[in-house]
Design a protein around this ligand. Structure first.
Ligand code: MG
Length: 171
């Protein structure tokens, strides 16, 4: 396969975390479509799923398409509280329409607590489903969690972030 038939895309996202109601306005802490037990949750226009947002950008970027902010502006009331699964699905449909399919996707979620490990399998499965249009499957998808060792905003539990790389190949 020629190198020009392969494209890497990188996605990154961060959300500030605040107390859940009634103490604050944090949304439920949802990562990769899974709800995590947490006293804090993301400040976000949509559901604030940091993994899905970074995946959406990685796929769009590899396919040479507009980014998540352009496709789904946070000024649009339609995106208020929106299930971010729809962003991933839309990115996959757009990338497939542009002639791309998924080779692999590697995701690193950085948060201090809770531990992500018990939900990694479910997250991979959710992503495989949402990326169906580009041939997503569990074997192509990795998800790992890292702590931030107690330092800076992420380490102090005030933010959650996610890094993703996607590799696409031309169909
Ligand atoms: Mg986001």
């Amino acid at each position: 396969m020629a190198c020009e038939d392969l494209r890497i895309g990188h996605g990154y996202d961060l959300h500030r975390l605040e107390a859940r109601p009634p103490g604050g306005v944090g949304r439920p802490l949802r990562v990769g479509g899974c709800d995590l037990e947490s006293e804090v949750g993301p400040i976000a226009h949509s559901d604030g799923d940091v993994l899905y947002h970074a995946v959406t950008d990685a796929i769009l970027s590899a396919a040479g398409l507009e980014d998540i902010g352009q496709m789904f502006p946070n000024s649009d009331p339609l995106n208020e509280g929106r299930d971010s699964t729809e962003f991933v699905e839309a990115a996959a449909v757009s990338a497939a329409a542009a002639g791309w399919e998924l080779v692999s996707l590697d995701c690193t979620v950085v948060l201090e607590r809770p531990r992500l490990a018990p939900l990694r399998t479910a997250m991979r499965s959710n992503l495989a489903g949402a990326l169906g249009a580009v041939g997503g499957s569990v074997e192509k998808i990795g998800v790992k969690g890292k702590s931030h060792e107690g330092v800076d905003a992420v380490g102090e539990g005030r933010a959650i972030e996610c890094h993703v790389v996607a590799l696409l190949r031309r169909r």
